[in-house]
Design a binder for this molecule. Structure first.
Ligand code: C5P
Length: 228
């Protein structure tokens, strides 16, 4: 099954505090965005990679070896002020309504073929498919430094990307969300808000999003573990 992937890459990396787009930081000898890109660049099922970026970063992106390697598949589009807007810009660059579109954070370099296959296999059975892992910690709701509630962990999952949809469904959900001012931290939440059904497949605890400085250390360890 063929698919396209939108990889939002227009963040400023504020929580990383590196003073630059964190996707240009290296894990081992490669930048985070090149690691992410190469998974989709090598995957024969992926026929287009759409990369919403900050135009100020364009030269830097174009200078990366992996960008050159996969440039036939690659389309740059302008990113937005929020991730949601960046994704919407990316999806709008795809013409075919029936295309399967994966949305994947540029900051998750350890996405696996196994996760992609599970998403594709389930993509016809509901409006959207996400990958997630059961949470390991006890989760409490905190208000003004005081515990308000302990939430039953048995039903809680931490959600990752990629997430799979058709172009048509993504366009419809993002258009409505923009019109009504609904904001979600992932794409599936826009569909949920519209009452659509989202299927969940198993993600991978190694499929981390590199967000803060600690994650760089975890990422180095994951990379090293893969080579052992
Ligand atoms: O900040 P965070 O890591 O949660 O962002 C997830 C992904 O969304 C990153 O790959 C980041 O580059 C991207 N993003 C974007 N446009 C924004 C903000 C974030 O493409 N305005």
């Amino acid at each position: 099954m063929q698919y396209k992937v939108v990889i939002p890459a227009a963040g400023s990396g504020k929580r990383m505090g590196a003073g630059m787009n964190k996707l240009f930081l290296k894990i081992g000898h490669q930048t985070i965005i090149e690691m992410t890109l190469s998974v989709f660049g090598r995957d024969k099922r992926c026929n287009e990679i759409i990369l919403p970026i900050n135009p100020d970063d364009r030269k830097l992106f174009e200078s990366l070896p992996s960008i050159k390697e996969f440039k036939e598949k690659l389309t740059f589009v302008q990113g937005g002020a929020e991730r949601q807007e960046s994704v919407f810009n990316g999806v709008r660059a795809i013409d075919d309504k029936k295309s399967i579109v994966l949305v994947h954070d540029g900051a998750r370099p350890f996405v696996t073929d196994k996760i992609i296959s599970a998403l594709l296999e389930n993509s016809k059975s509901s409006d959207g498919v996400i990958c997630a892992v059961p949470v390991k910690d006890t989760i409490k709701k905190i208000e003004q430094e005081v515990v308000a509630e302990t939430i039953d962990r048995s039903t809680l999952w931490a959600v990752q990307t990629p997430q799979a949809f058709t172009q048509e469904v993504l366009i419809e959900s993002h258009t409505l969300a923009e019109e009504k001012g609904f904001f979600g931290t992932d794409d599936a939440s826009l569909l949920e808000w519209q009452g659509k059904q989202i299927k969940v497949v198993m993600g991978d605890y190694f499929n981390i999003k590199v967000t803060t400085k600690e994650d760089l250390i975890f990422a180095e360890a994951i990379l090293q573990g893969r080579h052992e």
